[in-house]
Design a binder for this molecule. Structure first.
Ligand code: 4AD
Ligand code: MG
Length: 430
């Protein structure tokens, strides 16, 4: 019977065939250990010379790394491996032999691995990160579907820019100028007025010349938007959502977190409610910590965020940023015009901002003023302003950066390992 590696537990004692690749092997004169992978998982195949005979044993010893094969054997329980099972091999049928696979079990430099990303994805570590990423996506759909949100897909080719124009990818759209979307938010606001509670999940693009462990040029964002939700309601969804995602990964990716050596005790603590501090309190705290470089009105850099996050075991909301350093659409605090009803969520352990969100301006006149102040093209934003003309309501939303969230939950240092084919400054290959 043909099975996948993850199904092995249901076939203990049975003879099965698995389509697999050889990840690694070691052998002595009498026994060979084949590390097999089939995409679903990893299992060790044990080939004992006295059981299979000389011919099969020699065949096993000579298989090259990453050759593909059908391998037949009996599934055995194995308490020493984290997976719990191994395959007692009886025969091997080679499909295609691999020649000189470039990624060997020895250490390789990052640039070399990045040049071979199409193959590097096969490694145990990358496999684990991609599985965690997938679980986060699955748990995202589960969370929002269970709460009556509708998935809406905003366009990628756009004529307007929610987050400011400095980092847009420009392209031609026949005879017009167009930009690759840096956020679907403005469209999600229109969708929320049509469908109430909506969320999107799609690629976004930022032509930032940043070369840090937190920046990608192309990254994926989850953007919920909710009609009749105020600032407070917005924060509640965010903390419930992030807790749900972390607890889902803990429940469903035990093997993967183990393979990544993730300290799961840190993740166990990620439960609602999350701590909150205001921007003012954050500035005061930073001054006490000796950050003399920052003054009220400045945006935080990575070292500031890290210093703030270090005080907490959970993600922390920094709320009420100065109006001047935030995008045009954010609702001012009614008691204090110089700050907005927004929050950034900062992950623990130095992973930085994973969510940016706010209540949106719903007053038509104020929005039109802001569009002018920010010198935005009024024609391009006409439809967005019109949402305030026909039954405007208070509404709020946020954007969670998937790759930064994968990095944090997996405990992976750099976002380049959290997306299958990272687009970085100076990297478009493979
Ligand atoms: O804070 P940002 O720019 O917010 C927005 O785009 C809003 N329009 C979202 C909304 O309210 N619907 O981006 C949101 C998140 C950040 O917190 C971060 O996690 C991620 O997107 N992000 C990046 N991730 C990787 N590489 C980059 N260059 C990123 N820029 C932002
Ligand atoms: Mg932000």
């Amino acid at each position: 019977m043909k099975i996948t590696i993850t199904e092995a537990g249901q076939h203990v004692g049975e003879e099965v065939t698995i389509g697999a690749w050889l990840a690694n092997k070691r052998s002595s004169g009498k026994i060979a250990f084949l590390q097999l992978r089939d995409g679903t998982g990893f299992i060790q195949g044990v080939v004992v010379k006295s059981e299979v005979g000389e011919e099969v044993f020699q065949q096993a010893k000579s298989i090259t790394q990453e050759s593909s094969l059908y391998i037949t054997g009996t599934v055995q329980e194995d308490n020493r491996s984290p997976f719990g099972y191994e395959l007692s091999v009886s025969s091997i049928d080679i499909i295609a032999e691999a020649e000189d696979y470039p990624i060997t079990p020895k250490e390789h430099g990052t640039e070399f691995l990045m040049d071979h990303r199409h193959l590097w994805l096969r490694s145990r570590r990358q496999h684990a990160v991609m599985k965690v990423r997938n679980e986060i996506i699955r748990a995202t759909y589960e969370f929002f579907n269970d709460r009556g949100f509708v998935k809406v897909d905003p366009p990628i080719l756009t004529g307007s820019a929610p987050e400011g124009t400095s980092e847009l990818f420009h392209t031609r759209y026949f005879d017009e100028d167009a930009y690759l979307s840096q956020s679907g938010q403005l469209y999600m606001e229109a969708a929320a007025m049509a469908l109430g509670k909506v969320f999107s999940f799609g690629p976004t693009f930022r032509a930032e010349k940043s070369k840090t462990r937190r920046h990608l040029i192309e990254f994926w964002m989850i953007e919920p938007e909710m009609a009749f939700y105020n600032f407070e309601d917005n924060l509640k969804v965010q903390e419930e959502y992030v807790s749900h995602v972390v607890q889902s990964v803990l429940a469903n990716c035990r093997l993967e977190l183990g393979r990544l050596d993730r300290d799961t005790s840190k993740l166990e603590q990620i439960k609602v409610p999350f701590p909150r501090i205001t921007y003012d309190e954050a500035i005061e705290f930073l001054h006490k910590q000796g950050f003399d470089d920052i003054k009220w009105g400045d945006d935080f850099g990575a070292p500031h965020e890290t210093a703030i996050a270090e005080n907490y075991d959970k993600p922390v909301f920094i709320t009420h940023y100065p109006t001047a350093i935030k995008p045009f659409y954010m609702q001012p605090d009614p008691n204090r015009e110089e700050v907005v009803l927004c929050a950034d969520l900062i992950a623990p352990e130095g992973y930085g901002e994973i969510i940016g969100g706010s209540e949106r301006i719903h007053d038509r006149q104020l929005l039109e003023e802001r569009i002018k102040e920010h010198k935005l093209d009024e024609e391009a934003y006409k439809w967005y302003a019109e949402l305030r003309k026909y039954g405007s309501v208070p509404h709020s939303g946020f954007g969670l950066g998937l790759e930064r969230t994968v990095a944090w939950i997996s405990g992976v240092e750099h976002v380049r390992e959290t997306i299958p084919f990272p687009r970085l400054l100076n990297r478009l290959y493979p």
